[in-house]
Design a binder for this molecule. Structure first.
Ligand code: HEC
Ligand code: HEC
Length: 318
């Protein structure tokens, strides 16, 4: 009898241990890919963190007059430094998104992660201080993204027509059919993006703002089920080929607009859904942990009942 209950205790102990190790592991994995989180923060950090954008315009915004947007958009790294990260030296050199603000891919490459974090805390320019809104760990993700995740796609894309150069359409088509068509549809029109008052489809985003297309294909859109290219193991060439194919999809325009990377804005990532960004990931991890803890309590309860029945059966046999 003693031995039986000891055995049951040992089994229960091992079970609980296993559950805690499993949930601890799911917590660390949720925060593992800093580059992807950094990429999503660069896109729209306040949506990733699930907070409202700060009131009014970002203080640096008044240093330029070309880009007439206001409010929340002015707080996004992408709005000031571009989807190609090259600011005034890239696609946002002209067009409605032009700000004249600098190329952070180049500047970031010459800075250490700590220096970038310092800059994001206002060390050099008080107006460029984001430390009220993001903690050091979050700012470090942005820095790691800029140093290691920002990829120069310039050689793939014609700077005038914005068309992919030398893309492999067949390869892009098969990647699209495997991974994208189930949500966006064969023609890219199943999901409609409302942006600045017009409807956009995957084909029009690819045509008007190829760099945004590549960024979001690579890092995903926070708060959606959209797969993350990096997590799928896609290379820059895979992204380029899908973009090349997406540029052949219908744009939905009666007339082709002038190519202008500046013309398109973008949809808003929303919070919610599993593992969106780190905060969401941790939350999902905790929930999973709780769920498993609940299961183990149930399991323990069952063990106790079985034990009690066994004891009763043995006693009554005597
Ligand atoms: C409102 C526009 C604006 C926004 C939003 C903005 N920046 Fe900047 N950024 C600038 C300007 C202007 C400069 C150059 C002047 C300066 O350093 O303040 C700059 C400089 C930088 C530099 C170079 C620093 C150096 O020492 O040369 C980095 C890196 C950078 N920004 C990253 C970011 C990141 C990451 C975000 C998003 C959290 C961001 N920026 C958001 C306008 C902006
Ligand atoms: C599970 C469904 C799903 C799959 C699969 C999917 N997407 Fe998406 N995609 C979405 C959702 C949802 C959005 C966000 C829509 C919104 O914000 O209104 C989105 C947005 C996008 C955007 C951003 C558009 C913009 O306005 O900036 C791009 C680019 C994109 N998807 C490309 C792709 C590509 C390329 C693939 C294949 C690798 C793909 N998607 C696969 C669901 C999906």
């Amino acid at each position: 009898m003693r031995n039986l209950s000891r055995l049951m205790l040992a089994v229960a102990f091992l079970f609980v241990l296993g559950v805690s190790i499993a949930s601890a592991r799911s917590l660390t994995q949720a925060g593992a890919d800093d580059i992807t989180s950094g990429g999503q923060l660069y896109d729209k950090w306040y949506a990733v963190l699930g907070v409202a954008a700060p009131d009014g315009d970002m203080p640096i915004w008044e240093r330029q007059l070309t880009n007439t947007r206001s409010g929340a958009d002015t707080w996004r790294c992408s709005e000031c430094h571009g989807w190609d990260y090259k600011g005034s030296e890239g696609a946002y050199a002209s067009g409605s998104h032009a700000t004249g603000f600098p190329n952070v891919m180049k500047l970031g490459a010459s800075m250490s992660v700590d220096e970038i974090v310092g800059h994001l805390k206002g060390s050099k320019d008080k107006s460029h201080d984001f430390s009220r809104y993001m903690d050091d760990a979050t700012l470090a993700k942005l820095a790691i993204f800029l140093k290691e995740g920002a990829i120069d796609d310039g050689e793939f894309i014609d700077s005038v027509t914005l068309k992919v150069k030398n893309g492999n359409l067949e390869h892009g088509k098969s990647l699209y059919a495997e991974t994208c068509a189930k949500c966006h549809g064969d023609d890219g029109k199943t999901i409609i993006f409302r942006s600045e008052g017009i409807n956009e489809y995957l084909g029009s985003v690819a045509t008007r703002d190829p760099y945004r297309f590549l960024h979001r294909t690579r890092f995903g859109v926070a708060g959606t089920e959209m797969p993350i290219g990096r997590a799928l193991g896609w290379t820059p060439v895979d992204g380029r080929d899908v973009l090349a194919y997406a540029q052949t999809l219908p744009t939905g325009y009666e007339q082709e607009p002038v190519s202008d990377a500046g013309a398109g804005s973008e949809t808003s990532p929303q919070m919610g859904g599993p593992a969106a960004g780190t905060a969401g990931g941790i939350f999902t991890g905790i929930l999973a942990g709780l769920g498993m803890a609940g299961l183990s309590v149930l399991f323990l309860g069952l063990l106790v009942v079985v034990g009690a029945v066994a004891v009763w059966a043995m006693r009554s046999r005597k």
